[in-house]
Design a protein around this ligand. Structure first.
Ligand code: F0G
Length: 457
C-alpha cells in the first residue's frame, strides 16, 4: 500500500498480562537459578524471546477447531483432518504424528542411525544432533561457508555446501542412512535454503542412493524467502513452493510448534513404506497409536487449521518484515547481528560484541544474562554453551557465539519490539564492562538446559 508501518494482520481478541519486575528482583532470580535462563520462572520474564517454539498465539479459528477435537483412540475425524492438511502441503504417503519434533527425530534415528553411521545436515539443531549422536552416529554440519560468516549478505545462507556433501557421501558410501536439510537453518541464523540448492542436494542424494529428509520446522518462512529472493519464484503461491520443496525430499521431520502455529505437536513423514512400518512400531511403544501419535484430537485440529493459516501471504509478509524490523534497528545502531535477518529470530553476534570474553568464557551467556537483568528480556544462547561440549567430554569453541532473540508468532506488538531494541542498545553500550562465566555444574549432554554458571569478575 506504500506505507512503511508494519500492520499486524490481526486484532487482539484475548490478552495475557505480563509482569514488570525491578532490576533487584531480576538479579535475585538470576542468582537463584545459577544464571541459567531456562531455569527462570516464566512469570519473572517480561518479554520472552527464549524460543518461537510452541509460544505463538493461536487464532480464533484454531480455538474453534479445538472444540471439534474428537478424542477417539483410533481413526478419529481429527486425525483425518490433520492428515489432509499435512498431505496438502507435503504429499508423503506415510504421516506419523508425534508430540513434537524431537520425538520424530528420535523415532527415525533409532531406526536408521547407529554406530558407524554419518548423518549430514546443513546444520543440525541441538535435539537433532543429540538424537543422532545418542544412537552412536556422527552428525556433520555442511552449511556453505557464507553461512558461517556473520556479515555475508548471501540470500540463502542456509544452503548446503554441495561439494562438501559430495565428499561426505563418497567417503562414507554405505554408511549415510539419510541426508537432512533444515529449513530454515535455525542454528545458523534462521537463514533460508533455496530451491536450487535443494535440487542440487537431491541430485547428489539420488546419485549416492541416500534418502533426503527435510527438517521442516519453519518451512513456510523458508518458502516466503524463496518467493522474495529466488529468481523466477516471485509470482508463485506459497503452498506451491512448499509442495515443490516436498517433492524434492523423501521424507521430513516436523515440529508443529513452529510453522504449525500450534502449542504442541509434530510429525514424521516419508515415502518408503517399509521404513514407515518400522517407525510406526517405535511410535506405538513410545508415543501412541498411529492415528494420534503423542497428541490429543484437539491438538491435531489446531495444527490442521494452523497449516492453512501459516501459508497466508499477509501473515508471512508481516512475520518476516517484523523480524527484520527488530534486526535492522539493532544493525543500524551498530549492534553486530547476523545478516540478512532470518525468519523467526534475530541473532546477536556476542563474540563480536564482547571481544574481551573468550568463547570458553561464554560471551553469549553473558549477553543473554545482561538482557534479562537490564530489561526482563529472555533470549537464548546459541553458541559454546549449547554446542561446545563433545560426546567424548572435551570442550571447544562453537563456530559462532550467538544470542537468539526468537519471536513468538503473532504474540508481541511493535511497541514490545521497540522496547526490546531499547534494552539491547543499553546492553550494547555497556558491552565493554560485561565479563564471562564459568560452568559450575552441568550434565554430559544438552547441558545448556540445566547447567549452572558463575560470573567471573
Ligand atoms: N529442528 C529444528 C530446526 C528446531 O528448531 C527444533 C526446535 C527441533 C528440530 C525440535 O523440535 O522442539 O518440537 O522437539 N527448536 C526449538 C527452538 C526448541 O527453540 O529453536 P521440538
Amino acid at each position: 500500500m506504500g506505507f512503511r508501518t508494519i500492520i499486524e494482520p490481526f486484532r487482539i481478541h484475548s490478552v495475557e498480562p505480563i509482569r514488570l519486575t525491578t532490576a533487584a528482583q531480576r538479579r535475585a532470580a538470576l542468582e537463584d537459578v545459577g544464571y541459567n535462563l531456562f531455569s527462570l520462572r516464566a512469570e519473572d520474564v517480561l518479554i520472552d524471546l527464549l524460543t518461537d517454539s510452541g509460544t505463538g498465539a493461536m487464532s480464533r479459528d484454531q480455538w474453534a477447531a479445538v472444540q471439534h477435537g474428537d478424542e477417539s483412540y483410533a481413526g478419529s475425524p481429527s486425525w483425518y483432518r490433520f492428515l489432509g492438511a499435512v498431505q496438502d502441503l507435503f504429499p508423503f504417503p506415510h504421516v506419523i504424528p508425534t508430540h513434537q519434533g524431537r520425538a520424530a527425530e528420535k523415532i527415525l534415528f533409532s531406526v536408521i542411525g547407529g554406530p558407524g553411521k554419518v548423518i549430514p545436515n546443513n546444520t543440525h539443531f541441538d535435539t537433532t544432533r543429540a538424537n543422532a549422536e545418542a544412537t552412536g552416529a556422527v552428525a556433520v554440519d555442511l552449511v556453505i561457508s557464507e553461512g558461517l560468516e556473520v556479515s555475508s549478505l548471501h540470500p540463502f545462507k542456509g544452503n548446503m555446501d554441495l561439494g562438501a556433501l559430495e565428499q561426505t557421501l563418497r567417503e562414507n558410501a554405505g554408511n549415510v542412512p539419510v541426508v537432512f536439510v533444515t529449513i530454515t537453518n535455525n542454528s545458523g541464523g534462521g537463514q533460508p535454503v533455496s530451491l536450487e540448492n535443494l535440487r542440487g542436494t537431491k541430485e547428489l542424494c539420488e546419485h549416492y542412493g541416500v534418502p533426503l529428509f527435510l527438517d521442516a520446522c519453519r518451512f513456510a518462512e523458508n518458502a516466503w524467502f524463496i518467493k522474495e529472493r529466488e529468481q523466477g519464484q516471485h509470482d508463485r503461491a506459497v503452498p506451491d513452493i512448499v509442495r515443490e520443496m516436498a517433492s524434492l525430499a523423501d521424507g521430513m521431520t516436523m515440529s508443529a510448534k513452529k510453522d504449525g502455529l500450534a502449542n504442541i505437536g509434530g510429525w514424521l513423514a516419508m515415502r518408503d513404506g517399509e521404513l514407515a512400518r518400522r517407525c510406526r512400531e517405535v511410535l506405538i511403544l513410545t508415543e501412541g497409536f498411529p492415528t494420534y501419535g503423542g497428541l490429543a484430537g484437539r491438538d491435531l485440529e489446531a495444527i490442521a487449521q494452523g497449516l492453512a493459516e501459516v501459508v497466508e501471504e499477509d501473515y508471512l509478509r508481516y512475520r518476516i518484515r517484523s523480524t527484520a524490523y527488530l534486526g535492522e534497528a539493532l544493525a543500524e545502531a551498530g549492534v553486530p547481528v547476523i545478516r540478512p535477518i532470518g525468519g523467526h529470530a534475530v541473532y546477536i553476534d556476542a563474540r563480536a560484541l564482547l571481544p574481551q570474553v573468550p568463547p570458553l568464557r561464554y560471551p553469549g551467556q553473558s549477553v543473554a544474562v545482561a538482557l534479562f537483568e537490564t530489561g526482563g528480556i529472555r533470549a537464548c544462547e546459541i553458541g559454546t554453551v549449547m554446542f561446545g561440549l563433545h560426546p567424548d567430554g572435551t570442550e571447544s569453541a562453537a563456530p559462532l557465539d550467538l544470542v537468539r532473540l526468537a519471536i513468538p508468532r503473532r504474540t508481541y506488538t511493535q511497541s514490545h519490539v521497540d522496547y526490546v531494541v531499547e534494552v539491547c542498545l543499553d546492553v550494547a553500550k555497556r558491552a565493554e564492562a560485561l565479563g564471562g562465566y564459568e560452568i559450575v555444574e552441568a550434565p554430559p549432554t544438552l547441558r545448556h538446559f540445566t547447567a549452572r554458571f558463575r560470573p567471573l569478575g
